[in-house]
Design a protein around this ligand. Structure first.
Ligand SMILES: Nc1nc2c(ncn2[C@@H]2O[C@H](COP(=O)(O)OP(=O)(O)O)[C@@H](O)[C@H]2O)c(=O)[nH]1
Ligand SMILES: Nc1ncnc2c1ncn2[C@@H]1O[C@H](COP(=O)(O)OP(=O)(O)O)[C@@H](O)[C@H]1O
Length: 211
């Protein structure tokens, strides 16, 4: 048995950032280039943006349906952000982790704290920072998905979000997108090799040391 084919448990890879710093850009690329990681698709009550696909970017649900899911205990965690509800459905993730599937989470610091409390051993937390607040504003304007009002609200919230940087295992500055992506991919690669995730190791080492 080669050591790189040992069975391992999947991990929960969390990417957070102040809105506009680039976590969606980094996340999409990771998902496109790495077949072992899948997006944890959150449920949300916010309206769909142009280009988004129901069931792929989010499960877009009504407030009534969201409330039903909360009642039925179907979320790992949930939160209100910018006046809408967001939550992480849990059944699919629990089953996938056992099979060695990694999941990527695009969630805020509150969700990160809750996930970390509930699944500490499986969670890897990465925070993406913008190179400056001016650049953050330029990116939010350049993305052209939000009104001036929403952009102002996101900028007002950015400093509060940045203040949670120390609740993460890794912090990466997204100045050059290539460099940032490479760093995030390296973190993922190294975390997969943690001894505690390599569930096939016990038998492998037992075999190696027999006799
Ligand atoms: N707690 C929690 N936060 C989430 C979840 N899904 C998305 N969010 C956060 O909700 C916020 C708004 O997300 P979105 O409307 O897609 O706008 P974005 O800021 O451009 O990514 C972001 O900070 C996300 O990280 C979730 O399942 N749980
Ligand atoms: N390193 C970068 N340099 C310049 N623009 C970037 C960089 N990373 C992301 N962007 C752009 O900034 C905008 C916000 O990025 P996005 O990934 O949507 O952020 P978030 O998901 O954190 O809100 C997008 O238009 C994206 O193309």
């Amino acid at each position: 048995m080669a050591s790189d084919t040992l069975h391992r448990r999947g991990l929960m890879f969390i990417l957070s950032s102040p809105s506009g710093a680039g976590k969606t850009t980094i996340a999409r690329r990771l998902l496109a280039e790495d077949p072992e990681i899948a997006l944890s698709v959150s449920a949300t009550t916010r309206p769909m943006r142009p280009g988004e696909v129901d069931g792929k970017d989010y499960h877009f649900v009504s407030q009534d349906e969201f409330d039903r899911m909360v009642e039925a205990n179907e979320f790992f965690e949930w939160a209100h952000v910018f006046g809408h509800s967001y939550g992480t459905p849990k059944a699919h993730i629990r089953a996938g982790l056992k099979e060695g599937q990694d999941f990527l989470f695009d969630i805020d610091w509150q969700g990160t704290q809750q996930l970390h409390q509930k699944a500490q051993a499986d969670v890897v937390r990465v925070f993406i920072l913008p190179p400056s607040l001016d650049e953050l504003r330029r990116r939010l304007i350049g993305r052209a998905t939000d009104s001036a009002e929403v952009i102002a609200a996101r900028m007002a919230r950015a400093q509060a979000e940045i203040s949670h940087w120390d609740g993460y295992d890794y912090v990466v500055v997204n100045d050059d997108v290539e460099a940032c992506f490479t760093q995030v991919a390296e973190i993922l690669r190294a975390e997969r090799m943690r001894r505690t995730r390599q569930t096939g190791l016990i038998d492998f080492v037992r075999e190696l040391t027999r006799g």
